[in-house]
Design a protein around this ligand. Structure first.
Ligand code: F6R
Length: 244
C-alpha cells in the first residue's frame, strides 16, 4: 500500500484528482468507482475545473457509485444520486447513461443487489475505485463485522455512522437506517484503489488501518492486501503515523 501525505485538504484533493485523470488518459472509457461523503468533494471540484479547461474528457467515462441510501428517491437532496449530480455529473461532459448507482427505491433488495453486481461485471469491473473512510473504518457502507466476504448487499448502518451522517439531515431520525453498498469483495476486485482521508478526526482510524492488523473489525485494513492501493491523506489525518 502506497501512502501519500499532503500538507492539507486542497493538496490531497488535487493529488487524488490527478491520479484519476491519469487512469482516464490511459483508458478514455475507464470505469470509475465513486464515493460520496464530504472528503471527495474537493477532488470532484478539481475534476470539474480540469474538465472545463479541457485537460480531462469524460465523454466515454463510465461510473459506478459505492452505495445509496434505502428509501431516498433521486430527487431527495440527500440521495447519493442527487449528491453526485449536484457535485459532479451536472458539471462535466459525462453521458448520464454511463453513470450508475444502486436504486435505493427498488422494493426488492435481493433483485437490486443482483442487478448492481451484474451491472459492474458487465462493465468489465472497476478500473479505479475511490474510497473515503468512516471513523469506524468502514469503506462503502461496510461496517465493522466478522468477515470480509461481502458482495453488493443491504447494510444496517451502525449508530456511529448514523451519528456521523446526521449532519446532512434535519435530525438523526431522518437518516435512513439501511443502505445498498458494494461489498468488501466487490471493492477489492477494483484494479486500482485510492482512499482519501482528511482531518484530525480521522487520525485514530488511519493509525489502526495503517499500523494495526488486517481485521474485518476495521474494514479498511484489508486494503493493505490489495496489489494497487494508494492512500492520499493530509498531515492531520496522518498525524499519528511516525515514519512517513
Ligand atoms: C460514501 C461512503 C462512505 C464515506 C465515509 C466517509 O459513499 O461510502 O464510506 O466515504 O463515511 O465520509 P466523509 O468523507 O463524509 O467523512
Amino acid at each position: 500500500m502506497k501512502i501519500i501525505k499532503t500538507i492539507d485538504y486542497d493538496h490531497m484533493s488535487e493529488a487524488a484528482a490527478a491520479l484519476i485523470c491519469d487512469v482516464i488518459s490511459e483508458k478514455p472509457d475507464a470505469v470509475l468507482g465513486l464515493a460520496t461523503g464530504s472528503t471527495p468533494m474537493g477532488l470532484y471540484k478539481k475534476l470539474i475545473e480540469w474538465n472545463e479547461e479541457g485537460t480531462v474528457d469524460f465523454e466515454k467515462v463510465r461510473t459506478v457509485n459505492l452505495d445509496e441510501y434505502v428509501g431516498l428517491s433521486k430527487d431527495n437532496s440527500n440521495s447519493y444520486y442527487h449528491v453526485m449530480h449536484e457535485f459532479l455529473f451536472d458539471h462535466i461532459n459525462i453521458n448520464y447513461d454511463n453513470t450508475h448507482l444502486p436504486d435505493g427505491m427498488n422494493p426488492n433488495p435481493e433483485e437490486e443487489c443482483e442487478r448492481y453486481k451484474n451491472l459492474i461485471e458487465s462493465l468489465g469491473g472497476v478500473d479505479v475505485q475511490l474510497l473515503g473512510v468512516g471513523h469506524n473504518g468502514h469503506i462503502g457502507f461496510n461496517e465493522p463485522s466478522d468477515s470480509f466476504d461481502s458482495e453488493v448487499h443491504l447494510e444496517d448502518l451502525s449508530l456511529e455512522t448514523l451519528n456521523a451522517n446526521k449532519r446532512f439531515f434535519e435530525s438523526i431520525d431522518d437518516v435512513p437506517k439501511r443502505a445498498f453498498t458494494m461489498g468488501i469483495q466487490t471493492i477489492m476486485r477494483a484494479k486500482k484503489i485510492i482512499l482519501v482521508a482528511s482531518g484530525e478526526d480521522k487520525a485514530k482510524i488511519m493509525e489502526e488501518i495503517i499500523e494495526g492488523p488486517v481485521t474485518p473489525k476495521v474494514p479498511a485494513s484489508i486494503l493493505k492486501t490489495h496489489p494497487d492501493c494508494t492512500i492520499i491523506a493530509d498531515s492531520d489525518a496522518l498525524k499519528l503515523i511516525k515514519n512517513l
